[in-house]
Design a protein around this ligand. Structure first.
Ligand code: FNR
Length: 318
């Protein structure tokens, strides 16, 4: 899989007419990962679903704020606050987790098309930026298309489709046929999602794009494991990705606990191996970098969150 890849690959097939997108991922899609994805070549990056004010100028034209909501008025109030800081707003209509469903959010909205339409239309009518939504497929192509047509009539500019039903889990095969069936029949761009299991290198993204007949591809797990999947020149080794990720985390004072979580999700099974421990040791090569940044922060009168002594850190930073 992408995460374990070593060494540079030769430049490979890529297609500059496509949009490559970092999918929304709770806790993973915080600022450093979004910037890393952009620097590696992603065209658009989604925030995690939680409302997160931390955006920056570098990503402003390419960042999509994803919101979990069940209420048009509240969604609009939040979207108005960030309207000038983000490129677009997306409504999560695919999250199958209990907290979403109980709150009438995520996949619950797919069962209430009128409510979903009203949320989207309220945003489209009152915002100066683009609005989109991200859904899952329904059981048949026809049912999925019927729902999509309704959502498209709200005025949204694009729709992300995760090719699994609400009852399917990431280990289930992704249904590219239903995504394609819809993409061939609607007028706005469809963003294909759900192919990470089969996407091990950059050129695999275009295979998924072809199979789904979409204009754009959105990656979650493949980018979580090795964000350099967006590089058309090929994957970078995991230790390079971790180092570049950590530099951004320090530069933007991302919280150490979130940073640790993201690095653990890059390392995955390797955390417990000697090789994993070696990686964690190399993270300490950034000690000097942290200190340099800290003195910059101090000069600006800011106490950065990375101002810690090694003893204060929990594993795996220790
Ligand atoms: C997700 N996913 C997700 N989806 C969403 O709409 N909002 C979210 O906040 C999240 N959070 C999230 C966290 C993590 C850690 C993962 C792995 C996934 C779902 C994700 O965007 C995507 O739809 C699926 O993972 C399928 O795409 P891939 O992984 O095959 O590219």
């Amino acid at each position: 899989a992408a995460a374990g890849a070593e060494g540079e690959e030769a430049p490979e097939y890529s297609d500059d007419s496509s949009d490559l997108i970092l999918a929304p991922m709770v806790r993973i899609g915080t600022l450093p990962m979004r910037l890393l994805a952009l620097r590696y070549g992603a065209d658009i990056v989604y925030t995690e679903e939680l409302i997160d004010w931390k955006t920056c100028a570098e990503e402003k034209e390419q960042v999509v704020l994803q919101m979990g909501t069940c209420d048009a008025g509240r969604a609009l109030k939040v979207a108005k606050m960030v309207e000038n800081d983000v490129a677009a707003v997306d409504i999560n209509m695919g999250c199958p987790k209990e907290f979403s469903i109980k709150g009438g959010m995520g996949v619950a909205l797919m069962g209430q098309p009128d409510k979903a339409w009203n949320i989207l239309n309220t945003l489209v009518t009152n915002l100066s930026i683009n609005v989109s939504c991200k859904i899952r497929i329904l059981n048949t192509p026809e049912e999925t298309l019927e729902l999509v047509n309704k959502l498209v009539s709200s005025g949204i500019k694009a729709i992300g489709i995760h090719g699994r039903t609400k009852d399917e889990r990431p280990q289930h095969a992704v249904n590219t046929d239903i995504i394609r069936y819809v993409a061939e029949r609607i007028s706005i761009p469809v963003i294909a999602n759900g192919g990470s299991k089969e996407i091990e290198k950059h050129s695999d993204i275009y295979k998924f794009k072809e199979m789904t007949g979409c204009t754009s591809v959105m990656l979650a797990r493949a980018a979580e494991w090795n964000c350099s999947i967006f590089r058309k020149e090929g994957l970078l080794p995991m230790d390079t990705v971790i180092k570049e990720y950590l530099q951004l985390a320090v530069d933007y004072d991302n919280s150490p606990s979130n940073t640790k979580y993201c690095v653990q999700n890059i390392l995955r099974d390797l955390q417990e191996t000697p090789r994993g421990r070696q990686f964690l040791d190399t993270i300490w090569d950034l000690g000097e970098y942290c200190q340099k940044k800290q003195s910059e922060y101090q000069k600006m009168g800011i106490k950065g969150r990375w101002q810690v002594t090694p003893d204060e850190l929990e594993p795996p930073y220790k």
